[in-house]
Design a protein. Structure first.
Ligand code: NAP
Length: 639
């Protein structure tokens, strides 16, 4: 069978030379040239790689390898000949490339050396052999181990697909009326993904239809709906039903999963796929406001903000997207920004995808795979160094290392270059803490353009209280409002809230954790057999990658734990106490060496009230990938 990424054959009658030339104009030249390598006869490949037309380096969201317009034009003209020749030869399936060749292609396309340890990761992630290696082989005995999955968001859908492929019966319980989780709930104006969508999709479900490189919420939700439907998950899902808790029955080796309907589901394993950012946080401030007020994740679409005075509290990733989307509709917009945000320059953040891209993903061998790699690679461990604290670096209050300081300079210049005539606004929007210490935002200039509008005011203050007619900031100033928007984020450090999970010996999971949630590799918990957390403690990626990549690692690990359980006919699997404690100590020690724990950042959801980092994975992506390929039997006990 033809490799699914080898390109659907086409003829000159179906796609003329003119159409071909037009399509190539939309493409990433580095990914196109690597596709040409695949299309070429083995004896011709080396010449392409040896040509002077080669990427000059890689950078997040830089798709042209820093080639100038002339070099791009020459590369496209060259590629046109290669594609035409391949087409006229009948679009033969390309000869497979060896792992050594893959490494060569990786190094060529990013213009830098790549460590050997990344090659197997990339081979798995890109599926160049056309095989979905992460699907794993069916598990013997799986039919006796029904699984309940809590949540039909990104990670719940993924878990369902994988447990289904392994042969486990499963039910998904989802509190919303449809799938998508965060992409279902966050329908606020301007909501869009800020990881490139050709990478922000499952490795085994690439999409060729994105209309924007960073699409808006309806399109992302539709993607998850489409994958959900394609894999037939609807028949397994109970929507508009909330899990309230789960209790382990030691004698039976089962979980009883309690629903808000009063029913219980009995399962051998539970997968909690509830996300880290599912429970909105609204500050508990005194007073009351008489008009409409809502959190961004509960946007009230019945409220028309046109011509209204809107006060928005919060300027994180969400507020940053809302403001540009509503500024030209509202009478006035006042943004209360307690802490300024660092922004990463991404001029193409709102760019549309040309029609040639989808065509190339469908028809040109491995084009989509290498384009995915181009987005993945600069965010895969490359940014890690800038987040690492150099204890000898001074002053730590503004940057944590030399490279972190370089990033600070780059980000500062990006911000100030946009405001040459507005020193007052510059003073409000340039952060005073180390870069990348809080979540860095993707910026194409729309935020500062919005703040520069006459009807928009940025107030660098927090919120103190509500009045019937507005919001009072912590400097005592009243900001009159018709509508109040809380863009104040989520209860990120309250893992699994409000689930009541009772494990062995009647232990309540959230009580056991207290303010220190933990899970071995972020997935399994000692004393809570056959419980698997997705997007659990210390699994969020702050310096790169995508949360889909992290979830694919966690789900692989979860299924491999289930494999150990079912194939051994055991009742329970859980990490040993030693492995569980050791992981926690290592993860916490490592987290304290990263910028996210910086004591110079006063407000940061990356830290809890004690200054500990329980959400973020402080290890390299390649390490986490390696550790989660399968459980180490020495770290797990079966009973
Ligand atoms: P957030 O990053 O936690 O930001 C919350 C905002 O509210 C911050 O400006 C915060 O100020 C402010 N705030 C909180 N409590 C306050 C108080 N008592 N008084 C005044 N201000 C207060 O939440 P978010 O913007 O919803 O983003 C959460 C996460 O969701 C992001 O980091 C990202 O991971 C994800 N997200 C992703 C996308 C995307 O992919 N496109 C979009 C949106 C969100 P301080 O900074 O001072 O704490």
């Amino acid at each position: 069978m033809r490799n699914v990424h080898a390109g659907l054959p086409f003829t000159a009658a179906e796609f003329s030379d003119e159409q071909l030339a037009a399509a190539l104009e939309d493409l990433s030249v580095p990914a196109l040239l690597v596709s040409c390598v695949h299309m070429s006869r083995p004896e011709d490949r080396a010449a392409i790689l040896a040509s002077e037309l080669r990427p000059q380096g890689s950078f997040l969201n830089e798709y042209q390898g820093f080639l100038d317009a002339d070099a791009q034009a020459r590369a496209r003209a060259f590629a046109l000949d290669v594609v035409r020749d391949w087409r006229d030869r009948g679009c033969p399936e390309p000869e497979p490339v060896s792992p050594a060749m893959v490494k060569q292609l990786m190094e060529w396309i990013v213009g830098a050396a790549v460590g050997d340890e990344y090659v197997p990761l990339v081979l798995e992630e890109l599926e160049l052999d056309g095989a979905d290696e992460r699907a794993g082989a069916p598990v013997a005995g799986a039919a006796d181990y029904p699984v309940v999955i809590i949540g039909a968001g990104m990670s719940g859908i993924l878990a369902a697909i994988r447990v289904s492929q392994a042969g486990f019966p499963f039910v998904i319980v989802e509190k919303n009326a449809g799938p998508g989780g965060t992409w279902w709930e966050n329908s606020y104006p301007g909501a869009r993904v800020d990881v490139g969508s050709h990478f922000y999709c499952y490795s085994f479900e690439p999409a060729d239809h994105w209309t924007e490189f960073f699409p808006q919420q309806p399109e992302v939700q539709a993607y998850f709906q489409g994958v959900f439907d394609k894999h037939g998950l609807g028949d397994h899902t109970r929507f508009s039903t909330e899990v309230v808790g789960a209790t382990w029955d030691e004698a039976a080796g089962t979980w009883s999963v309690e629903l808000d309907t009063g029913e219980s589901l009995v399962a051998r394993a539970v997968v909690a796929a509830v996300g880290q950012m599912n429970r909105p946080f609204v500050p508990d401030v005194p007073g009351g406001f008489d008009g409409p007020a809502f959190h961004t994740a509960r946007w009230d679409h019945d409220v028309d903000v046109t011509g209204k005075r809107v006060v928005m509290v919060g300027a994180g990733a969400t507020g940053f997207q809302v403001a540009p989307a509503i500024a030209d509709q509202v009478k006035s917009l006042t943004v209360l920004q307690r802490t300024a945000q660092w922004m990463f320059p991404n001029p193409g953040y709102h760019d549309r995808v040309g029609p040639g891209v989808g065509w190339a993903i469908r028809h040109l061998p491995f084009y989509g795979r290498w384009f995915r790699f181009l987005i993945f690679w600069p965010s895969c461990d490359a940014a890690f160094a800038a987040a690492k604290v150099d204890p000898d670096w001074e002053p730590q209050a503004t940057s944590v290392s030399e490279i972190n300081d370089i990033v600070r300079t780059m980000f500062s210049e990006w911000i100030t270059s946009q405001l040459p005539d507005d020193p007052e606004l510059v003073a409000k929007v340039v952060p005073d803490y180390p870069a990348t210490g809080k979540r860095t935002l993707q910026d194409n200039g729309s935020w500062l353009q919005t703040l520069s509008r006459d009807n928009v005011t940025l107030v660098r203050a927090g919120v103190d209280r509500l009045e019937a007619d507005g919001v009072v900031d912590d400097q005592g100033e009243l900001h009159p409002a018709d509508v109040v928007v809380w863009a104040t984020g989520f209860r990120v450090n309250d893992f699994l809230l409000p689930l009541r999970i009772i494990g062995r010996d009647g232990q309540d999971l959230r009580e056991t954790w207290g303010s220190a949630p933990r899970a071995h590799l972020g997935v399994t918990v000692s004393g809570f057999p056959n419980l698997f957390l997705l997007y659990g403690p210390n699994t969020n990626l702050a310096s790169g990658g995508s949360i889909i990549f992290a979830s694919e690692c966690e789900v692989t690990f979860m299924v491999e734990c289930l494999r150990l359980l079912a194939e051994s006919g055991s009742a329970a699997i859980e990490p040993t106490r030693a492995a569980y404690d050791d992981w926690y100590e290592r993860v916490q020690a490592e987290a304290q060496t990263m910028v996210w724990a910086s004591p110079h950042i006063e407000h940061n959801y990356y830290k809890n009230a004690e200054g500990d980092v329980h959400g973020i994975n402080p290890f390299r992506i390649v390490d986490y990938w390696g550790w989660t390929r399968r459980p180490d039997p020495a770290d797990y006990q079966l009973s």
